[in-house]
Design a protein around this ligand. Structure first.
Ligand SMILES: [Fe+2]
Length: 291
């Protein structure tokens, strides 16, 4: 079972650049092509928020046209750059986006996994929140899914990164404590998956692992100096590919959107393999395959 996770697409109206510099639509189109070309292909894609940049219906229509090329089922989560109303307006066929009352949260089966998608949006604010109603819904979902492998996904990370400007807009600390208590009571939670920080991160959380992924577009600058200003970089775009099997659990691979040179065989020039009369190979007496 392969579950790809992309996040923080920040799609704008056609022709518009993010921060006058980043062609987020082009980056998403490249990411869609990369996902489609993966062998084996992922079974599903979750998109952990900041789907668009300003939350307008025009942007969601642009997003939808770009995702139409994705040959893999996908699930949409909401982030601080999103608006619930416009998202629902442009994706009327997505029932799961409107079953949560005022919130865009839902739970679905993704292969053997139960995906519990949370809504951590506080309209008009960059920081995230899980109010009592959302936490109660989450508890109900976790109780229902006992004994099954569960992914809890939300936009805002419930942890500090060390990047001050990110930590100022993370998930509310009280909501974090409540979330951690709930997760700790459900050891079948394989992972808490987040976006928002535009970087790859992993941390212990509630007896499981919480993680965040880079963006297919721009990344937040890695500057751990106290008080470092907010900025972004054009580090290589990337996403996560989570592989689940019941014995090994969930393993996360970091995948770059851009293709690299290679693959090349692990072989030194003087160790060119030679077919021996016995039918075996010589030239690599250690048997070491290079990694
Ligand atoms: Fe973002």
């Amino acid at each position: 079972m392969l579950l790809a996770q992309i996040s923080d697409l920040h799609v704008k109206r056609p022709g518009a650049l993010a921060y006058q510099r980043v062609d987020t639509a082009a980056r998403l189109a490249q990411t869609v092509a990369r996902l489609n070309a993966l062998v084996p292909r992922p079974d599903a894609v979750i998109i952990t928020g900041d789907l668009v940049d300003q939350g307008s219906a025009d942007e969601y229509r642009h997003l939808k046209s770009l995702l139409a090329a994705l040959g893999i089922p996908y699930w949409l989560l909401i982030g601080n750059h999103d608006t619930r109303e416009a998202l629902r307006e442009v994706f009327p066929e997505r029932d799961e986006l409107r079953t949560g009352g005022p919130f865009v949260h839902y739970a679905v089966d993704v292969g053997p996994l139960r995906l519990v998608a949370l809504d951590s949006l506080q309209p008009g604010q960059s920081a995230g929140m899980l109010c009592a109603a959302r936490l109660a819904w989450l508890e109900q979902q976790l109780d229902t899914a006992r004994g099954r492998p569960v992914i809890v996904a939300l936009h805002h990370p419930p942890f500090d990164s060390g990047v001050d400007t990110l930590d100022a807009i993370r998930l509310d600390p009280q909501a974090t404590a409540a979330l951690e208590t709930l997760v700790a009571r459900h050891p079948n939670v394989e992972r808490v998956m987040c976006g928002h920080v535009h970087r790859s991160m992993f941390v212990r959380f509630g007896g499981t692992v919480a993680s965040a992924v880079p963006s297919p577009a721009h990344q937040v600058t890695l500057d751990l100096a106290p008080g470092a200003p907010s900025s972004f970089t054009l580090e290589p775009p990337a996403f996560a590919l989570h592989r689940y099997d019941p014995q090994g659990g969930l393993v996360t691979h970091h995948v770059y959107v851009d293709e690299s040179d290679g693959p090349y065989p692990f072989r030194e020039p003087l160790q060119a393999p030679v077919m021996e009369p016995s039918g075996g190979l010589s030239g690599n007496p250690s048997g070491n395959v290079g990694a």
